[in-house]
Design a protein around this ligand. Structure first.
Ligand SMILES: Nc1ncnc2c1ncn2[C@@H]1O[C@H](COP(=O)(O)OP(=O)(O)OP(=O)(O)O)[C@@H](O)[C@H]1O
Ligand SMILES: [Mg+2]
Length: 339
């Protein structure tokens, strides 16, 4: 699969404009087939794009995983040249109160557009979880009355924020965080297309900082490139301002060696660099998850890191909290050794 910049299909975009375009937009896939990861969801969409007759859909999943991209690609593939007149796109930046549903959406649903058989007008409601429940209520009947001619596609981060009656009228397409492999493949294509000097460890660091979010990965890559013109681990962690995992790995190594003083020194260094407790605990969690240690010990470690994360999220993000965690980890390791 070749990666084509958005401008390739749009000659109106000048080269100079291209230069300024954020990579997330420049490399936003335009075809469903180019969307990476979430194979089941993408397969379903391809079937819908082929056969037409799109049901009402809810796309739910974490940020930067391709929801908006898939909705737009699906609408383009279904409607082709009719996209402009047959699609109404509203996102959280538009007013979507109850009046808009009553007027704009209803008017659009009533509008007559000649489409090939099996195709419908599409109303895209992006970031639908920010719609008030009143506005969602007002959609219920509209969805049914105009189902002959108009279908809805909603995107949201948490499907629980969409009221039950709307959920029951829609098929849910779930997106999950993208795998490191998928993100790395995509980054490799982008660095080749953009001639970015890099070392593999640098790209791995970008993948680590992104945590399954493709948008974040591309943004971090571009930020590192424009800041340092070279993508290596050090530059990535400087730009992304996350604790360096190697540093955190050292802390964990000291706890598994029962060396609380050294572990604390490492922690204090991070804290003094200005990282917040929640930055540190997030990286700590991901490092422990991938750390090579006995299964039992790892589960116990994760449990304690989880509890500490909860307390930090509650607002107790002190160095005392974190050093308490290190002490717990040392005790766990001692107990595991005694067994
Ligand atoms: N699965 C994917 N395949 C390829 N590129 C992707 C994918 N997901 C995201 N991207 C890249 O990230 C950018 C943002 O993706 P998108 O707008 O679809 O995210 P989203 O799921 O709608 O997130 P949000 O919940 O924040 O709205 C896209 O422009 C694209 O470059
Ligand atoms: Mg979106």
């Amino acid at each position: 699969m070749a990666i084509a910049p958005a401008s390739a299909s749009n000659p109106a975009t000048s080269a100079a404009k291209d230069y300024d375009l954020p990579w997330v937009e420049k490399y936003r896939p335009h075809k469903i087939a180019d969307i990476v990861g979430n194979e089941d969801a993408v397969c379903r969409l391809q079937v819908i794009a082929r056969d037409g007759n799109m049901p009402n859909l809810i796309f739910a999943g974490p940020p930067g995983t391709g929801k908006t991209t898939s909705i737009l690609a699906l609408a383009h593939e279904l409607l082709g040249a009719n996209f402009k007149e047959a699609v109404l796109e509203l996102n959280a930046s538009d007013d979507r109160g109850i009046d808009v549903v009553r007027n704009k959406i209803k008017m659009f649903a009533q509008k007559k557009v000649t489409l090939p058989p099996g195709r419908h007008k599409i109303i895209l409601l992006d970031e639908a979880d920010s719609m008030t429940s009143g506005a969602q209520q007002a959609l219920r009947r509209t969805m049914e009355i105009y189902s002959n001619t108009t279908r809805f596609a909603l995107a949201c981060n948490t499907s629980a924020k969409i009221i039950e009656p709307i959920q029951s009228r829609c098929a849910i397409v779930r997106f999950s965080r993208l795998s490191d492999r998928d993100i790395l493949d995509r980054l490799l294509r982008v660095v080749q297309a953009e001639n970015v000097p890099y070392i593999p460890e640098g790209l791995e660091a970008v993948v680590f900082t992104a945590d399954g979010d493709m948008r974040q990965a591309l943004n971090n890559l571009q930020a590192t490139f424009s800041g340092f013109q070279f993508v290596n681990q050090e530059n990535v962690f400087k730009v992304c301002d996350q604790p360096h995992p190697l540093h955190v790995i050292n802390i964990i190594r000291h706890t598994t060696g029962g060396n609380i003083d050294e572990a604390y020194t490492g922690l204090k260094q991070l804290y003094d660099l200005g990282y917040s407790a929640s930055d540190i605990i997030t990286t700590l969690f991901r490092v422990v998850k991938n750390y090579d240690m006995p299964e039992y010990l790892k589960l116990e470690y994760l449990k304690e890191v989880g509890f500490a994360h909860m307390r930090i999220a509650d607002g107790v993000g002190t160095i005392l909290q974190l050093s308490g965690l290190l002490a717990k980890l040392c005790i766990i390791r001692d107990e595991a050794k005694a067994v």
